[in-house]
Design a protein around this ligand. Structure first.
Ligand code: SAM
Length: 277
């Protein structure tokens, strides 16, 4: 096996969701770096993989990365796995990979399961453009701020969420992103109680709130992107026309004529009239 760093995806629930190449790589490397050796040992036992496990987690310091990369430079092959899914996706590994790249060590991805990709693929929300946001801040103030920054993003938004925060997060999402925005809760993917539910945000919040089972397990929340209303405000020439008409006609009539002429909602013209007065 070539002395490289192999980034190996593992299942997010169903143990069959692992590639043949991932199994072969895990069998053949000299060593597997993982977050939780006890958890990863279960996967190795299932596939009769006897490779040695070493610990590499979020709090591992530089020395741990250096030690692992020194071993590769001495000719060892090494795999990095996380507790579930694709390493580095809301999981440790960035520092290790970045340092490996800086040292010109070959990094080889062995692709496979990833919770947000699985969720997006089955969500029914636009998948041509999306933004993976990982976990929102746990404190409400910071979460609200993060959502405010995403409010006008046109792409599908994807979040990981913890079960004890799902109701608070959905509530904040509805308040900030819009009550009627389409959203999807993708829960326990690939497992026995897999649930994928699509509803407008307020309804999704109520639905999750009314069933304690929906507040359990692992979950991804996806929210449809911001859709620019066809007319938000009048352009300058429309506004000029409104001003001229207001000299001759009552506001109600002006808003009726202008909205009919441009095929826009009356309330937008009316709002423009109010702004002018
Ligand atoms: N690296 C993983 C990946 O590739 O998806 C993600 C790890 S992150 C620490 C764990 C979060 O991923 C969970 O809190 C949940 O939001 C999401 N997740 C993981 N497995 C899932 C599953 N089976 N169903 C739904 N969400 C899942």
């Amino acid at each position: 096996m070539k002395a490289s760093l192999y980034i190996v995806s593992t299942p997010i629930g169903n143990l069959n969701d692992i590639s043949l190449r991932a199994i072969e790589t895990l069998k053949r490397v000299d060593c597997i770096a993982c977050e939780d050796t006890r958890m990863s040992q279960r996967l190795l036992n299932h596939y009769q993989i006897a490779t040695k496990l070493v610990s590499y987690h979020e709090f591992s310091d530089e020395k741990v990365s250096d030690r692992l990369l020194d071993a590769i430079e001495r000719g060892e092959s090494m795999a990095l796995i996380s507790d579930a899914g694709t390493p580095l996706i809301s999981d440790p590994g960035y520092r290790l990979v970045n340092e490996a790249v800086n040292r010109d060590i070959q990094v080889v991805p062995i692709p496979g399961s990833c919770a947000f990709v699985a969720a997006l693929s089955a969500s029914g929300l636009p998948s041509d453009r999306f933004s993976f946001e990982g976990f929102l801040p746990s404190k409400s103030g910071a979460r609200v701020k993060a959502l405010e920054a995403l409010k006008k993003s046109p792409q599908t938004l994807i979040f990981y969420e913890a079960p004890h925060r799902i109701l608070d997060s959905l509530k904040d999402m509805a308040a900030i992103l819009g009550e009627q925005r389409e959203a999807v809760l993708a829960r326990e993917l690939t497992k026995t109680f897999e649930t994928i539910k699509k509803l407008p945000l307020t309804e999704l919040h109520a639905w999750v709130g009314s069933d304690a089972n929906q507040q359990k397990g692992e979950m991804v929340v996806l929210v449809g992107g911001y859709e620019q209303p066809e007319y938000e405000e009048l352009n300058s020439s429309q506004e000029h026309l409104v001003k001229l008409l207001l000299n001759e006609l009552p506001p109600k009539t002006v808003s009726k004529i202008v909205s009919a002429h441009f095929g826009m909602p009356k309330k937008i013209v009316y709002q423009a009239i109010l702004n002018l007065s």
